[in-house]
Design a protein around this ligand. Structure first.
Ligand SMILES: [Zn+2]
Length: 156
């Protein structure tokens, strides 16, 4: 019965113009996942991918290169190296960044604002902890979902 119920949900979802994502997400990062989905919905961003699994891992390599986070759309998987110090300090940034790759198909954006802060949390290598800089959160979230967002005043 439970199986049938699941099938009915999937079928009705496919007819629906928007099917909310179904994530397999560990509790440790669920807050950030839910936050991302909610922020997307607030902006009427339709997330086309809808079944990601987030895997919290130790050190891992893709083609011989170590990654802190890696979004693998072909396999609906985001892998995160939780042993990295950067993950521990910048967990929210790391998760939002990988969800940006996975759901929004964003590539890295490595340019800077006039004050030399990164223009985007989709930059390759410079993390921000929004708990230390709460005033940056709104801009970086806007830019994540809409790369044409105007520079913020604090970026001058
Ligand atoms: Zn990246």
């Amino acid at each position: 019965m439970k199986y049938l119920f699941t099938i009915l949900i999937f079928c009705s979802c496919q007819k629906d113009p928007y099917c909310p994502p179904i994530g397999i997400v560990p509790n440790e990062v669920k807050t950030y996942y839910d936050y991302f989905i909610n922020e997307a919905e607030k902006r009427n961003i339709l997330l086309k991918e809808n079944k990601v699994e987030i895997v919290l891992s130790g050190k891992f390599y893709v083609n011989g290169i170590p990654y802190i986070g890696y979004a693998d759309n072909a396999n609906n998987r985001i892998t995160i190296d939780t042993s990295e110090g950067s993950y521990k300090i910048y967990k929210e940034h790391v998760i939002l960044h990988e969800l940006g790759h996975y759901f929004l198909h964003r590539d890295h954006r490595n340019d800077n604002l006039p004050n030399n802060n990164p223009t985007s949390i989709m930059n390759c290598c410079n993390y921000t902890n929004f708990n230390y800089y709460p005033y940056k959160r709104e801009y970086y979230l806007n830019e994540l979902f809409c790369p044409h967002t105007e520079s913020p005043d604090w970026g001058n």
